[in-house]
Design a protein around this ligand. Structure first.
Ligand code: MRU
Length: 360
């Protein structure tokens, strides 16, 4: 008898639910605002539509918005030709600036746009048609690399998971937040594919509920035992439910290992520290921003107060109430046990291990 691994058949990307897909000169983006109740794709034919999709969180998650921005640049290149732009390079660089302005925290966005800009600069003598084809090929490469890097992150990270084990995660750092497979969830998928028994507690991740809407959905599609908790239940769950480790993703990692991730991550890291639970951060190296020395330099996006006051589609706060709604927080490096990248497991001191290689 051949023993089929149910997970292998059921990863959402293998079920045909892709975060985005380039087809026939258009970018189809899974509208994550509608999940988990509806699977619908936005049909983007312009870089401004890609901007809107990123800004409105139809596509979200640091690596995924980097990949979307790459395709946004490919659309911009074709638009420059269609619109007979006088200055192709200028059109392209303005489109890049516009895309980067959609969300400030995740560095993968500017990383992808800079990568395309560099390529365009190197080949600036090419005819626009040829240049556009080159840009599209680069965007496709960014997407393929992202999936490959997530798989590598999974392979490295799964070695940190005992079997059986109970994992706590926050927000969504899965297939939906990347071109496929995921970073933090990639670690869990890899462990399960190895035959390990893993159960997951996922924080619902207020205010936009990426944990309960996306992570729980994604893990359940893969048959992984999943329990949703409200964010404020994490302390009790850590103390009473035998959490073995926490694994989360990252939006930007500073050179010293301070990192930005979904609001609530810092509190989770502090709680893990208090309970002596290992706290891991899984991210591709494109999320590391060596131009920033510490977390103080990471810009934090503040979003519409209505996300807090009308979070459940219904008014839940007094009219006129003041609201503070940062989308991300900064976790200090000292609370991180290890970073897991496609290159391996990076242990403290992060200032050297993130840059020069792996330590410990
Ligand atoms: O606001 P979001 O949903 O884009 O926030 C996403 C996160 O904070 C993720 O944890 C992070 O981008 C890592 S995704 C692999």
């Amino acid at each position: 008898l051949v023993k089929l691994n149910p997970l292998k058949r059921m990863l959402i990307m293998e079920l045909g639910v892709k975060t985005m897909e380039w087809r026939g000169g258009r970018l189809f983006i899974l509208d994550q605002r509608l999940l988990p109740t509806e699977i619908r794709y936005l049909d983007c034919v312009s870089y401004k539509q890609v901007y809107d999709a990123i800004r409105s969180l139809a596509v979200r998650g640091a690596p995924a918005i980097g990949v979307a921005a790459g395709y946004g640049m490919a659309l911009a290149a074709w638009e420059a030709i269609d619109k007979k732009a006088e200055n192709f390079s200028k059109f392209l660089s303005q489109a890049g600036d516009y895309l980067v302005s959609s969300r400030p925290t995740a560095v993968n966005l500017s990383w992808a746009v800079q990568r395309i800009n560099r390529l365009a600069d190197q080949h600036k003598r090419l005819a626009p048609q040829k240049m556009s084809a080159l840009i599209l090929a680069e965007a496709e490469k960014i997407e393929q690399e992202d999936v490959a890097q997530c798989k590598k992150i999974g392979e490295w990270g799964e070695s940190l998971l005992p079997s059986p084990c109970t994992v706590l995660t926050h927000c969504n750092a899965g297939s939906l937040a990347t071109a496929g497979y995921g970073t933090a969830l990639g670690v869990i998928y890899a462990a399960v594919l190895r035959g390990k028994r893993v159960q997951v507690f996922c924080d619902e991740s207020r205010p936009l509920l990426q944990g309960s809407r996306l992570t729980a959905w994604e893990l359940m599609q893969s048959g992984i035992p999943t329990t949703i908790i409200c964010d404020d239940m994490a302390a009790q769950v850590m103390r009473d439910k035998g959490v073995d480790l926490v694994v989360v993703g990252a939006d930007r990692i500073a050179g010293n290992g301070d990192f930005a991730n979904k609001i609530g991550t810092y509190g989770l890291a502090a709680l893990a520290h208090f309970h002596s639970i290992p706290f891991y951060v899984a991210a591709p190296t494109s999320t590391i921003d060596f131009s920033i020395d510490s977390g103080r330099g990471i810009p934090i996006e503040e979003r519409d107060p209505a996300e807090v006051t009308e979070g459940m589609g219904k008014r839940t706060a007094p009219y006129g109430a003041q609201v503070y709604n940062p989308a991300f927080d900064i976790t200090p490096a000292e609370l991180v046990t290890s970073f897991i990248t496609e290159r391996g497991i990076h242990r403290p001191p992060f200032k050297t291990s993130l840059k020069d290689g792996l330590s410990g």
